[in-house]
Every structure is written in C-alpha cells, then in structure tokens.
Design a protein around this ligand. Structure first.
Ligand SMILES: Cc1cc2nc3c(=O)[nH]c(=O)nc-3n(C[C@H](O)[C@H](O)[C@H](O)COP(=O)(O)OP(=O)(O)OC[C@H]3O[C@@H](n4cnc5c(N)ncnc54)[C@H](O)[C@@H]3O)c2cc1C
Length: 401
C-alpha cells in the first residue's frame, strides 16, 4: 500500500457525540486564507456551507497575518502558476466590487538578482511564455528609476508593472463577510477535533457535537498534519520573521507611489523581499523568504519560537546594509509567521485519495496567499463536483509517493 493510502481520517468516535446539523453540502475546517475563500465560493454557488475555525477571524497565529502579501504574475517558481494567478487577480477584483473594500494595490514589482540566477531566469521564462508585460532593467536603469536599490555589477532586475500587494487580514474578513451574507454558517473558536468519511458524506466532531455534510474541505494551514497525520512527513512547518523598519533616510522615497514591492536573490545570502510603506507614518516591511538556516528549523504551531532572536535581525541587516542602505534603520515591529513547506515547494490541492468527497488545500510553501481567491474557487469545484476544470496537476497529493 502506498503511503498516500494511509492518509486517513482521525478515528473520532462520532457515534457517541451529540448529533448536530447533518444537512450541509460542505463543511470547511479552517477559515484562514484558503478556507475563507472556499466558504465564499461555495456560498456564492448556493451551497449550504458550515465553516469551522479554531480561533477568531483573521487572527495572527497562523500563516496569513502581517498587513501585506505580494501578488505578482511573472512567476519564477513555475510558469504553470500564471493562469492561476491571473484568475486570482480577477477574483480579487470581484471581491473588491462585492465587498466595496480595496484589497489589492498595484505598485509594480522588481525581481533582482544575477542574470543567470533562478529568480531572474524563472521570471523571464514565465513572462515570455505567457506574454506578460515586463522589462529587463540593467543596474544603471534600476538606479535611475529606483535609486533606493543598489545592485551589484552582475545583477539585473525584471520589472513587472502589475505586481503589488494584498491586505491579507482584509481579504480574509471580506471573504468571510460576503460568504456569511450569502448564507454561509461560520463558527469561530470551535476547533474541529476529528473527522471521518461517512458513506458518501463526512462527519466532523467539535466540542459541541458532530456535524454531517456531503463534502469536506480541509484548509487548516500549518495545522494540517493534525487532521491528516499521514501528511506529517510531507509537510514541514518552518518559522519566518517579518520586520517593519523605519527608513534611516528619506522616508518618503519608500512610499507606495515611489517604491515597488521587490524580491532579491543575491549571489550569496538569503532570498529576501519587501514592501513600501503602505500609508504615511507606516514603515516598510522586509523579510527573508529562503536561505536563512535558523529560520528553517522545523516547528509546529505549538512549538514555534515566537520571540525575535538576535540572529533574525543579523540576517536581515546583512541583506539590507549594502543593497537598500537608506532602509536600514530602526526596527519598529517584528512578528513571526509559519510557512508550510512541501518537498518541491508546490502546493497540495486535491481530493483525498480514498475519499473523493474530501478536498485538501495545504502546503502553500510561503507563496500561497495571492492565489487564495482562485484556490477557494477550485475547492468549491472539488467539494461540489469532486473535480475541477482548472489544471491542478502540479498540486497532486500523490506526487510524493
Ligand atoms: C511571513 C510570511 C510571508 C508570506 N508572504 C507571502 C506573499 O508575499 N505572497 C503570497 O502569496 N504568500 C505569502 N505567504 C504565504 C501565505 O500567506 C500562505 O501560504 C497562506 O496564507 C496560507 O493560508 P492557509 O489558509 O493555508 O493557512 P491559514 O491562513 O493559517 O489558515 C489555517 C486556519 O485553519 C485554522 N485551523 C487549524 N486547525 C483547525 C481545526 N482543527 N479546527 C478549525 N480550524 C482550524 C487556523 O486557526 C487557521 O485560521 C507568506 C507567509 C508567511 C508566513
């Protein structure tokens, strides 16, 4: 039997639980980035939805807090993400229209690194394959347009005009609010203790009792292994630190009108990224994506060290000191967050190998937020129809086995 077949439900003893409502079309476990979007899309399609969240709406103990998330199209990670992110842009605009709230800000984006590095070559491959608007800028041109960035002689930049950032807490709140307006039953501070496939449907147990539905969406972020223990060896939760920094000089040059979102892959040292200041008086945010060993220590949501260590700041300072010197000022705020990594850093979006009525959305590997509007739509397909017309082959749950 392959490992994936061991992906079984916890053996909750549902028979002894108080039986609550069992007539839902779909139950969603976890209402963070992916679950809130799934709730919205299921409700939009007229499904009877129950959303169960262990904590409060848009809380800061998972993977979706911290004021900003990059959205970009020239996807260095794999060109297959481009149609998905283009759908996500459209769905974010739709959500802005339905909610009446601005969620996405396009600042333009710079990907900076050696011309032969994986960031630049990956961005160019996606941009060319999908005919995306972009410019390849040399060091002198970057310096002319954005003197805040100091490139090495061997570095270039790909400029993408449609890149920018999302407001993650607002995105989640608006997905939830619009889902509720369309009739979704959303319950907070009600953790799911266990679930089981029940004939063609599912039963889900919380401290209040057992619920039943025709389908289940598991979108528990870094907690996924608790609900799907067989994924414990596939999903690695790692700690990340976000820093807000008061610019050492010329703060207005870091306003969102003047300073694009950026990713920087140095020849040596970690890949880091950052945002402008989102409003006057705010501070730009910078963080390390990959390559700082101390941040790759495996953890769980229960064991993550949420204190900020001297080494965290040292990594950040060495990234900024010569590259964006005017930004290398006082740290005004810092907070931890979790990536849930898969071995290839691509997502898991699939139906359960044994129970097609169960959809799984996990392992978003530090780059999933921008897609969450589109992932919600896919999850609604999987939950209601057990298939989707969107190409999700890259995200198969069985690819590691
Ligand atoms: C520091 C940092 C920076 C990032 N930057 C970017 C970026 O710039 N761009 C980008 O696209 N992506 C980015 N990402 C990645 C992105 O934010 C995540 O991939 C995404 O938010 C994950 O969403 P999720 O729904 O899987 O998890 P979450 O949003 O954490 O949601 C999981 C939810 O499940 C709930 N839950 C867990 N267990 C249970 C249970 N038993 N019962 C009920 N509820 C439960 C949790 O309370 C939580 O609310 C970043 C991530 C981090 C940490």
């Amino acid at each position: 039997m392959s490992d994936i077949l061991l992906l079984s439900a916890d053996s909750g003893n549902c028979a002894e639980e108080k039986l609550l409502d069992t007539a839902f079309d779909s139950i969603i476990v976890g209402l963070g980035a992916m679950g809130s979007a799934a709730a919205f899309h299921l409700a939009r399609r007229g499904a009877r939805v129950l959303g169960l969240e262990a904590r409060t709406a848009a809380h800061d103990k998972g993977s979706s807090h911290g004021e900003s998330r990059i959205i970009r199209q020239a996807y260095f990670e794999h060109p297959a993400y481009v149609p998905l992110v283009q759908r996500a842009y459209q769905l974010w605009k739709d959500l802005e229209a339905e909610s009446g709230q601005s969620l996405m800000t396009l600042t333009g984006g710079l990907a900076i690194g050696p011309a032969s590095g994986s960031l630049i070559t990956g961005c160019l491959t996606s941009a060319r394959l999908h005919h995306l608007a972009h410019e390849l800028l040399d060091r002198a041109e970057v310096s002319r347009r954005y003197p805040q960035f100091v490139l090495n002689s061997d570095e270039v930049a790909v400029y993408e005009p449609t890149a920018g950032y999302l407001a993650p807490e607002d995105c989640i709140r608006q997905h939830l609010r619009c889902a509720a307006q369309r009739g979704a039953d959303l319950r907070f501070q009600e953790p799911v203790l266990s679930w089981e496939a029940d004939g063609e449907g599912v039963r889900v147990v919380t401290a209040n009792g057992a619920y039943g539905a025709s389908s289940l969406v598991l979108s528990a972020g870094p907690w996924t292994s608790e609900l799907l223990p067989a994924l414990r060896r596939t999903l690695a939760v790692v700690r990340r630190v976000m820093f807000w920094i008061r610019p050492a000089a010329q703060p207005s040059t870091f306003d969102k009108e003047a300073f694009p979102i950026f990713l920087w892959e140095p020849q040596q040292g970690p890949l880091f990224y950052g945002f402008p200041r989102l409003h006057p008086g705010g501070d730009p945010k910078v963080a390390i994506h990959f390559g700082a060993e101390a941040q790759d220590e495996p953890c769980t949501p229960a064991t993550i060290d949420r204190t900020i260590r001297p080494g965290d700041e040292a990594d950040l300072r060495s990234a900024l000191a010569t590259r964006i010197p005017a930004l290398n000022g006082e740290i005004t705020r810092a907070t931890t967050c979790m990536y849930t990594m898969t071995p290839d850093a691509h997502f898991v979006i699939d139906t359960h190998p044994l129970y097609p009525q169960v959809a799984i959305a996990a392992g978003f590997s530090g780059h999933g937020f921008k897609f969450s509007s589109a992932v919600g739509e896919i999850l609604s397909d999987l939950a209601l129809e057990r298939r989707t017309l969107t190409d999700i082959a890259l995200f198969s749950a069985s690819r590691f086995h």
